[in-house]
Design a binder for this molecule. Structure first.
Ligand SMILES: Nc1ncnc2c1ncn2[C@@H]1O[C@H](COP(=O)(O)OP(=O)(O)O)[C@@H](O)[C@H]1O
Ligand SMILES: [Mg+2]
Length: 238
């Protein structure tokens, strides 16, 4: 899958070459058709909006800063070159992972708009339809054996291809209606580096995210279920 790059006066658009009827007008279409977006929700840091063009169900994400700095500069980042922008890193990362058969949303387009020494950025992906987050499944105690084993296998499949999830939390995992698992949100400050052998910090990160979720909702950590995930992760190696 080739990536098309379109350079305008102060913006750069990346397009997925596999989708012949997507052009850089997707962003103006999105802006002009806000009313067609089914839901607009703030999840995580970015602002995510679900919308549809004539053929596809899509998700638009505007990158935003977290923490205190957000109040000062909100959605602006310091420009240090195209390949270091959030949108480029996530778009290209998703594309490489998808090409390797990993389970991530299909990147559709990305736009980076420069303003002086700053930039702001957006990403459009294809919607994983009828999906729930792992957090939601945890909340309603819907942790089937199939799902837990699938999680272990999915993490393993990423590691085998040399990828780590830089922020594997309960909201960055989606499960569709046929129990297929997707990892999303590869928004990073640095290009994704090949995983070091023995580095399983994303598994630790995932565990902390479950612990935090349980603490907030006043429940016990699902020990047996966690063991099942780890076991499936190990079994996938053989
Ligand atoms: N392609 C997609 N299909 C379905 N839902 C999505 C998709 N991309 C994002 N979402 C939903 O939006 C939420 C936020 O998106 P994410 O990429 O994690 O951005 P951030 O956490 O930085 O705001 C996700 O947890 C998920 O519920
Ligand atoms: Mg997220």
């Amino acid at each position: 899958m080739a990536t098309k790059i379109i350079r305008n006066k102060n913006s750069l658009v990346l397009l997925n070459g596999d989708l012949s009827n997507i052009s850089d007008s997707i962003f103006t279409y999105f802006e002009k058709n806000q009313e067609i977006s089914s839901t607009r929700k703030k999840a995580g840091r970015g602002t995510v909006t679900f919308f549809r063009n004539d053929q596809l169900n899509l998700v638009h994400k505007a990158y935003r800063r977290g923490g205190l700095i957000r109040k000062l500069v909100s959605n602006f980042y310091l420009w240090t070159g195209l390949t270091r922008t959030r949108a480029y890193i996530e778009f290209v990362g998703l594309k490489s992972m998808l090409d390797l058969g990993l389970s991530v949303p299909k990147p559709v387009a990305a736009r980076i708009v420069r303003q002086g020494i700053f930039y702001k950025a957006e990403l459009v992906t294809q919607e994983i339809e009828n999906a729930t987050t792992f957090g939601r499944n945890l909340a309603v105690n819907n942790l089937s054996m199939e799902l837990l084993e699938g999680l272990g296998h999915t993490i393993k499949s990423f590691h085998r291809k040399g990828f780590m999830h830089p922020d594997l939390n309960v909201e960055n995992i989606l499960i569709d209606s046929s129990n297929k698992i997707f990892f999303l949100d590869f928004d990073q400050a640095r290009p994704l580096k090949p995983k070091k052998i023995q580095d399983s910090s994303d598994i630790e990160r995932f565990k902390r995210s479950i612990e935090k979720f349980c603490l907030k909702s006043g429940r016990d950590f699902p020990k047996v279920e966690w063991e099942t995930i780890l076991k499936s992760y190990d079994n996938k190696a053989h």
